[in-house]
Design a protein around this ligand. Structure first.
Ligand SMILES: [Fe+2]
Ligand SMILES: [Fe+2]
Length: 235
């Protein structure tokens, strides 16, 4: 029950933040155009699942490395990491086909928008400064890669903030195991295999090792989500 109630409050916090932005054009999320609403809900739910995985991952990284990691800040940042997608055309986010190179560039701009939106939304929610800083950093840098081939800044290795390096792994996991408009859900073991194979290229090897050490907890969290969607989503 603890997990469900945490999900509910995370969901409420995210919904409130998004409504602050959406209210400029619509009275509530339900009045947004249908596709925009569907894209926002997909972003909500992906963020919430990532927040759950991140909680276990951040605790494990803290315990393995002894670093003074603020677990709650990382969970918060994970929930909001894709908030910049609210500025990307919904038809691209929901396209049931591969994107063209130009369309991909537009979708990739969500990290640039994310920096702006995360700061604006979380300030409106009076989020404490350390959590806000972490969320802005993660929203802006979660698509950087360990080998420097990521976007938008092509940062390399440890020049990528730890929170963003962790987010890249969590994000990859959820994208693989969740259904998307252009693909069906992959299996947990497939996702872990991809993450393991990308150690040293997309991801920091030592973080991959820690993530895989808690893979069973991550798998349980994932299957709990899909078993209780209506409770969690409040729909
Ligand atoms: Fe993203
Ligand atoms: Fe994401």
């Amino acid at each position: 029950m603890e997990t469900v109630s945490e999900l509910r409050s995370a969901h409420e916090a995210l919904r409130t933040a998004v409504l602050d932005i959406a209210n400029r054009r619509a009275a509530c999320l339900n009045e947004l155009p249908v596709r925009r609403r569907a894209a926002a809900i997909e972003m909500f739910e992906h963020g919430l699942r990532c927040g759950l995985y991140m909680r276990a991952f951040a605790k494990a990284v803290r315990d393995c490395t002894g670093l003074p990691i603020e677990v709650n800040n990382l969970v918060f940042a994970a929930v909001y990491h894709d908030i910049g997608k609210l500025c990307v055309p919904a038809e691209l986010l929901l396209a049931p086909r591969p994107l063209t190179p130009d369309e991909r560039t537009i979708v990739q701009s969500h990290v640039t928008w994310g920096r702006v939106l995360a700061r604006r939304a979380l300030r409106a929610m009076r989020v404490p400064e350390p959590a806000l800083r972490c969320a802005v950093e993660v929203a802006a840098l979660h698509h950087e890669r360990w080998d420097g081939l990521g976007y938008a800044h092509a940062l390399v290795g440890q020049s990528i903030p730890l929170a963003a390096r962790m987010m890249a792994i969590v994000d990859c996991y959820d994208v693989i195991v969740s259904p998307r408009p252009y693909k069906s859900a992959g299996s947990h073991s497939h996702a872990c295999g991809i993450i393991e194979a990308e150690a040293g290229t997309a991801f920091e090897p030592s973080l991959v090792e820690i993530f895989l050490s808690i893979e069973h907890e991550v798998e349980l969290t994932n299957s709990a989500w899909w078993h209780f969607p209506r409770v969690v989503r409040g729909q």
